[in-house]
Design a protein around this ligand. Structure first.
Ligand SMILES: Nc1ncnc2c1ncn2[C@@H]1O[C@H](COP(=O)(O)OP(=O)(O)OP(=O)(O)O)[C@@H](O)[C@H]1O
Length: 237
């Protein structure tokens, strides 16, 4: 049994209805602080909806969802959570540094953190470039850098590795591991099953249901498979 202090997230009887459709169905899980949890599953499975519920921007949430000891959506959580959506939010006519200075000001984060977060996402050589001239992957890293300002305790990242080349992908996973080692809890979604190996814990969502809640190693063992893609296929058979 985990102590409450060690639990970053706790969901019980968590359901979400969007329009006529029930898109999350009675989810039950805990996430331990300082872990990297992968939210995996096919498109439309409910990953983004679950992330939106965790950060408190999803309507129609039923059940219990406790985040860092507070009910999801509580005002006190705003500065404690960093959220990166699939669509990068950057100002086109500002440079990378100017974008981050702006976000630091909004958050009340020290300006001195700007250079650090730019370094963390490997954009130092592009710091003076206008956002409009960046590639898609570079823009999404600006959003990630903004989410790192203020040292949030929980990072919620929706498909952060989409559009990145393999080298950058590996570097980003290394950064996530370092942040987790330092105590940050990370929830990261992906529909690339291979990325599961970088997570300490996997939550597999399919059509709104949690079909696995396991470590990558245990999942492979339980399903007698050698990769997460095959494990997933085995589970849905
Ligand atoms: N605004 C909305 N109104 C009604 N239903 C929605 C809305 N947005 C998403 N849905 C439905 O909710 C379900 C889950 O969508 P969600 O975006 O959470 O899935 P996902 O696993 O993140 O998919 P993807 O990997 O494609 O981003 C889908 O069936 C989708 O059609």
């Amino acid at each position: 049994m985990e102590t409450t202090r060690n639990v970053a997230l706790s969901a019980a009887g968590l359901s979400v209805r969007r329009g006529k459709k029930q898109v999350l169905k009675n989810l039950e899980f805990d996430v331990i602080r300082g872990s990297v949890t992968g939210l995996l599953g096919p498109s439309g499975g409910g990953k983004t909806t679950l992330m939106r519920a965790i950060v408190g921007v999803q309507a129609g949430v039923i059940g219990t969802l406790t985040v860092l000891g507070e009910p999801a959506g509580a005002r006190a959580l705003r500065s404690r959570i960093g959220y990166v959506t699939q669509a990068a939010s950057v100002y086109e006519d500002l440079t990378v540094t100017e974008n981050l200075r702006f976000f630091a000001k909004l958050l009340g984060a020290p300006r001195a953190q700007v250079a650090r977060v730019i370094e963390q996402v490997d954009l130092a050589s592009h710091a003076g470039e206008l956002a409009r001239n960046l590639s898609g992957g570079q823009r999404s890293r600006v959003s990630l850098a903004a989410a790192l300002l203020g040292n949030p305790e929980l990072l919620v990242l929706d498909e952060p590795t989409v559009g990145l080349d393999p080298v950058l992908r590996v570097e980003l996973w290394r950064l996530f591991a370092e942040l987790a080692d330092a105590g940050t809890t990370i929830i990261v979604s992906s529909h690339v099953m291979d990325e599961a190996e970088h997570c300490s814990r996997l939550l597999l969502l399919r059509e709104g249901e949690l079909i696995a809640d396991s470590s990558p190693e245990a999942l492979l063992q339980e399903t007698h498979t050698t990769d997460v893609e095959s494990a997933f296929l085995e589970l849905v058979r």
